[in-house]
Design a protein. Structure first.
Length: 219
């Protein structure tokens, strides 16, 4: 059973999660705080996963670096500065190890045992070598890409599930609702809260009357 290195990308707050701005731009909303809460819950779940040996966050955002370092993750600057996939390749190269995974930064309902099950499935399907991926709840995007004994070759972006499949990665499926539920818009955030988001995201929404009412999560 290999110990996995997990690479998580974190954009600068000014350009991250722009489809959530109609929600966070309302009075009482704090866009940066929400982006950081999503990242913090994701990284905390990955660090708590028994199959994960290290988490590397690729970021040029000081607030994101401070947050994840406080949780126990390692950070590296996005020296390529050429977009998401070069950033992930850069992080994977620095992470080291035979088993590397790229994980989306916006999975607030992720559970450590879900990630462990997916990584174990990837190791079994790869047969000691190869690439696998987990599609998002819509089946079009990718939330997890794994590589065992080979290059990661990320193809994140629009239609990434098809891109990864076309590039030879094996699709994985399982009872992993938190791993599938990435957050791109208010409806996604509401669904993640219904699944049971992590403490940072849940607390932020509860502290903001505007967010709580808009998302139907008022207490």
């Amino acid at each position: 059973m290999s110990s996995w290195s997990v690479v998580v990308p974190a954009k600068r707050l000014a350009v991250a999660k722009t489809r959530l701005r109609p929600l966070t731009g309302a009075p009482g909303g704090d866009h940066g705080a929400l982006v950081l809460a999503l990242l913090g819950d994701t990284v905390a779940a990955a660090l708590a996963c028994p199959r994960v040996g290290s988490v590397v966050v690729v970021t040029d955002e000081p607030a994101a670096a401070d947050l994840v370092q406080g949780l126990g993750a390692r950070t590296v600057p996005d020296r390529p500065d050429r977009g998401l996939n070069p950033a992930l390749e850069h992080g994977a190269g620095l992470a080291g190890g035979a088993a590397v995974a790229a994980l989306s930064s916006d999975l607030p309902a992720l559970r450590p045992d879900e990630l462990a099950a997916a990584l174990t499935a990837a190791e079994a399907r790869a047969g000691g070598r190869g690439r696998c991926f987990v599609a998002d709840w819509q089946g079009t995007g990718t939330t997890l890409l794994t590589a065992v004994g080979t290059a990661l070759r990320p193809r994140f972006g629009r239609g990434s599930a098809q891109e990864h499949r076309g590039d030879g990665a094996v699709p994985l499926t399982g009872a992993w609702p938190g791993l599938l539920r990435d957050v791109d818009d208010p409806a996604d955030l509401r669904a993640a809260l219904e699944l049971g988001a992590g403490p940072r995201t849940t607390s932020l929404v509860r502290r903001s009357p505007t967010l709580a009412v808009t998302l139907g999560a008022a207490r």
